[in-house]
Ligand binder design. Structure first.
Ligand code: MN
Length: 205
């Protein structure tokens, strides 16, 4: 049985960057529904006991097309939002350190340059989707964007997300309306880089 991550902050704790009603709706309704529908699809497919990463990495093994689609969309919705909601803090670490910082500097030049790259991808994602910073087991980093609830795992890219930037309208529209770039700018104000580092360390082992 998959469960939503517990929020380590109150629904109002990310103000003014992400407003209370958006957290309540996004976490309490959207994420809750993806989670319920993922559990239903997992049971139907007989995939209980597998991790969400395993399921998303082996969607091709599910023969039934509508079930495969349900696992891709709701499994992605479950997994992506766990990563998203886990990565915020009202008092975030403002920059990475250690091996992750070294890798970012090597690959992108600086943390600011990486943020610019993610901003470009997130702004340019047409319609609903996500922008990612992902890592592979060797510690290499990659930026990308995905439509819908796809991610670098379900896309078979061999990379696992460590930053999840949700640009579905439900993530920002109540407060920001059409101003997606303003939401993206403020996303980085509450992104806790210590969480991103934890994600990175877990992947490289
Ligand atoms: Mn979302």
């Amino acid at each position: 049985m998959f469960e939503q991550v517990k929020l380590t902050y109150g629904a109002d704790a990310l103000e003014p960057y992400i407003d209370t009603l958006t957290v309540e709706t996004h976490y309490g309704k959207h994420h809750a529904t993806y989670t319920k529908n993922f559990n239903d699809a997992v049971a139907k497919a007989g995939l209980e006991g597998k991790s969400a990463e395993e399921i998303l990495a082996s969607l091709d093994s599910v023969a039934d097309e509508s079930l495969r689609k349900a696992l891709r969309n709701n499994g992605g919705g479950y997994y992506n939002h766990n990563l998203y909601f886990e990565s915020f803090s009202p008092s975030p670490a403002k920059a990475p350190t250690g091996a992750l910082l070294d890798k970012i500097n090597e690959k992108f030049g600086s943390v600011d340059a990486l943020k610019e790259e993610l901003t470009k991808l997130a702004t340019g994602q047409f319609g609903s989707g996500w922008a990612w910073l992902s890592a592979n087991k060797a510690g290499d980093l990659m930026t990308s964007a995905s439509p819908n609830q796809d991610n670098t795992i379900s896309e078979g890219k061999g990379y696992i997300p460590i930053i999840a930037l949700d640009v579905w309208e439900h993530a920002y529209y109540l407060k920001y309306k059409n101003l997606r770039p303003d939401y993206i700018k403020n996303f980085f104000e509450i992104l806790d880089w210590s969480k991103v580092e934890e994600n990175y360390k877990r992947i490289i082992g």
